[in-house]
Design a binder for this molecule. Structure first.
Ligand code: HEM
Length: 477
């Protein structure tokens, strides 16, 4: 059962307990021996466990896309493998996405799926909660994405992006774009998420986030001295200390930034979230937003650099908004940027920032003729799905017009960059808003191209990132 403290509410406030079923309660952190299932129980699933101890971990880390495609070709759309010390099952394609993400039967735990990657560095974020507890927190946090607060974030985005684009325009030429975008995204989070500039804390916060995210896939899972996991755990301590100091201040003074919204968020019965829960949620939000936006906006600009015609079409769309040179993008104009949205969607299709989504089965289930036992670690793969030629002809071609009007019959889970079902990305509209705001300031000011010889080689895991920092050529328009 979900205890009041576990639910992350202030002590003494009621927490609904109804609906938490025995199976869900049985498979919690207090009883880890119930999973994973004995390896022999998965022997009927095609696949292999790789090398002793490391299993297939190094293969998948080296080339996550190629690895999954090769396995799919050899074993089919359901296969067994051994990653990060556990044998699990990969399920590919839109039907698998629908089954796991929609999860109408409440068969799959997000918390126990992500725990292997996040428990030490991002515990108790929304993705680390299930069912009733998740619903309770998600509803409380949703207030931060209503139109009023979104308009305030957009103001902060407009100001921050316009100023940075002006700097880039003043220093044209070849530029390593990914680190510049990472810095911009962090600076934007400082204003739109935290309200005031992080100031001298910025360097420490950046380092802490980088270490925490890297720890999510560190091959050594214990925080031993000198390991990435140790750096990740230290990073978390830093972040927790920083945000904890801030909660009472924000509660006192309020504010239209995202952190202040979370500090003041209440559940349906009026209970505030506990300070610890707020700290866990805001640090999770920062992580969920920071690397996904850095990755997707870098990819967006890279793909436009490689397609001058689409770059010009988007410039034309923005010119059509009739804005004065420095005029901010207003919230009610976001809807008009259809081509920009199509191009951003196509970017998310080609290089989804969350290439793989894990869950853990809470009870036995069947898929494509295979019976998969309770306790199994299962994963679906947006990256694979987004490159299936039966849904996306010529999948490696950048073609935003695929999103002009989805062809009749395209599976609704064939495009899942933001997941789906109860855990669907809560920041989805924020992401589209930031992408459009970025395009509004960047494209009318800067023409971008790919310098000869520059590579398009990306690390895919845990979040896609160009290996060489992404060299691009920037020219004033
Ligand atoms: C292009 C940018 C983004 C992508 C591709 C993305 C993708 C995702 C995906 C796939 C999930 C679901 C994971 C699962 O089902 O296990 C998710 C969840 C989440 N995302 Fe995003 N995200 C993005 C940006 C953001 C931003 C900007 C924020 C915050 C402002 C955010 C906050 C969250 C949160 C809080 C969750 C957990 C939702 C829940 O469990 O109920 N994301 N995101």
């Amino acid at each position: 059962m979900v205890a009041a403290d576990d639910a992350g509410l202030k002590r003494g406030k009621a927490v609904p307990k109804a609906g938490v079923r025995m199976e869900e309660a049985a498979l919690n952190f207090a009883s880890p021996k119930l999973f994973p299932p004995a390896r022999r129980k998965l022997a009927h699933i095609p696949g292999g466990d790789g090398w002793p101890i490391i299993g297939n971990t190094l293969e998948i880390l080296a080339d996550p896309k190629g690895y999954v495609e090769a396995r799919a070709a050899k074993y089919g759309m359901v296969f067994r493998n051994n990653v990060l010390g556990e044998t699990g099952v990969h399920m590919l394609g839109p039907d698998a996405n629908e089954l796991l993400l929609l999860d109408e039967q409440r068969n799959f735990s997000s918390q126990l799926g992500w725990a292997r990657f996040m428990d030490r560095v991002f515990p108790r974020g929304l993705m680390m909660m299930d069912f009733d507890q998740h619903r309770l927190h998600r509803r409380a946090l949703s207030v931060a994405f209503k139109a009023g607060p979104m308009q305030a974030y957009l103001q902060a985005l407009n100001a921050g992006i316009a100023a940075r684009v002006a700097q880039w325009r003043a220093a044209p030429g070849r530029m390593l774009f990914y680190p510049a975008m990472k810095q911009l995204t962090l600076d934007l989070a400082a204003t739109s998420f935290l309200g005031t500039g992080i100031g001298p804390e910025a360097a420490g916060v950046t380092r802490a986030f980088v270490d925490m995210v890297a720890a999510t896939i560190a091959p050594v899972r214990r925080p031993l001295p000198g390991t990435q996991m140790r750096r990740g755990v230290r990073g978390r301590e830093h972040i927790v200390a920083y945000f904890s100091r801030q909660v009472p201040i924000r509660r006192e003074r309020g504010g239209s930034d995202l952190f202040s919204q979370l500090c003041c968020a209440t559940t349906e019965d009026g209970a505030l979230l506990s300070p610890e829960a707020v700290v866990d949620h805001i640090s999770f939000f920062m992580m969920a937003a920071h690397d996904t936006l850095t990755s997707s906006l870098s990819a967006f600009v890279m793909l436009l650099a490689g397609d001058p015609a689409w770059q010009e079409r988007l410039r034309g769309e923005i010119a059509g908004l009739g804005l004065a040179p420095d005029e901010p993008l207003a919230f009610d104009r976001l809807e008009s940027m259809k081509l920009t949205e199509m191009a951003f969607k196509e970017t998310l299709r080609m290089i989804p920032p969350v290439p793989m989504v894990p869950r853990r089965a809470l009870r036995e289930f069947s898929f494509k003729g295979f019976t998969i036992p309770a306790g199994t670690s299962v994963a679906v793969n947006p990256l694979f799905t987004h490159h299936m030629p039966e849904y996306w002809p010529e999948p490696s071609r950048f073609d935003p017009s695929r999103f002009a009007a989805p062809p009749a019959g395209r599976h609704r889970f064939a495009f899942v960059p933001f997941g789906g079902g109860a855990h669907m990305c809560l920041g989805l509209h924020f992401a589209y808003m930031q992408a459009k705001c970025f395009a509004r300031h960047f494209l009318p000011n800067i023409r971008v191209s790919q310098p000869p010889g520059s590579a398009r080689d990306w690390h895919v895991w845990p979040i896609p990132k160009p290996r060489d920092g992404l060299a691009l050529q920037l020219q004033p328009v």
